[in-house]
Design a binder for this molecule. Structure first.
Ligand code: HEC
Ligand code: HEC
Ligand code: HEC
Length: 175
């Protein structure tokens, strides 16, 4: 039954495709285009206009403190192996990471611009954010909370100015 039905559907869609070629005057609206994909800041509301600091917040109800300052305190002591592996994979060639973050309190006043003073694309000591942040947020498939809970949206970090078409990366202190 399902098979017969899908054959009918295929036959119908073929004939309607042929029909729409023949009948040029079919109204566009009748062709039912799918709605535009919901891209934050592009076709739908941007819930994280200040990027990093708007998403990396404290959630005491879940016992999850994701603030960058809190994470940084952890790295100053010891870096978890999974994170260290991602950082090492994006480190400048020849650099072996120690697994301890240097003191960088000043950078917390402006995230990520403060971080980028050491993590720029030209860095010879620290993993460039242009690599490490994509490695962290966009790899690992179903295991990665950024891909599952936040759909891996580029525009949670990269912001598009809809009038000029310019991309930018916002930077802000933690609230
Ligand atoms: C919309 C939410 C969101 C935004 C925006 C965001 N992140 Fe994340 N970030 C996450 C999630 C979720 C994870 C955990 C990924 C995983 O499951 O491995 C994460 C992980 C990280 C980690 C690794 C933490 C650890 O201990 O393993 C760092 C570092 C990080 N983010 C920095 C940043 C910086 C810097 C920015 C801004 C340029 C940023 N993030 C923007 C959601 C976000
Ligand atoms: C003073 C320079 C400097 C600043 C500023 C800085 N970093 Fe780093 N970062 C480093 C260095 C050097 C490493 C490599 C540490 C190692 O050998 O493990 C590193 C490594 C990391 C790692 C990989 C884990 C680790 O410690 O190895 C993360 C994540 C990270 N930085 C995030 C940040 C964030 C987020 C900021 C801004 C809030 C920041 N960094 C600011 C120098 C800096
Ligand atoms: C968690 C935040 C975050 C997310 C999500 C993110 N980016 Fe980035 N991206 C950055 C940062 C930070 C930089 C480095 C900016 C700098 O070095 O000045 C960057 C740099 C880039 C660059 C420049 C790389 C280079 O080497 O010049 C490209 C291209 C890019 N991102 C594409 C993407 C695409 C495509 C996506 C989505 C699939 C994405 N990014 C998602 C934070 C992010």
């Amino acid at each position: 039954m399902i098979k017969t039905l899908s054959l009918v559907v295929i036959a119908l869609s073929i004939s309607s495709a042929v029909f729409s070629v023949v009948a040029q005057d079919t109204p566009k609206s009748a062709q039912a285009a799918p709605p535009a994909r919901k891209i934050p800041g592009v076709t739908t509301e941007d819930a994280f206009p200040r990027a990093c600091v708007d998403c990396h917040t404290n959630h005491p109800e879940m016992n999850l403190d994701a603030r960058i300052s809190s994470l940084m305190k952890g790295w100053n002591d010891k870096v978890e192996p999974a994170l260290l592996a991602k950082a090492q994979a994006s480190a400048p060639s020849g650099v072996t990471l120690k697994g301890k973050h240097p003191a960088a309190a000043f950078a917390l006043k402006n995230i990520p611009a403060g971080c980028l003073t050491c993590h720029s694309k030209k860095s010879t000591l620290a993993p460039p954010f242009a690599q490490m942040l994509h490695k962290i947020h966009l790899t690992g498939g179903e295991e990665n909370h950024f891909l599952t809970a936040y759909q891996g949206e580029c525009t949670h970090c990269h912001k598009l100015n809809l009038s000029t078409g310019l991309w930018s990366l916002p930077s802000a202190p933690e609230p």
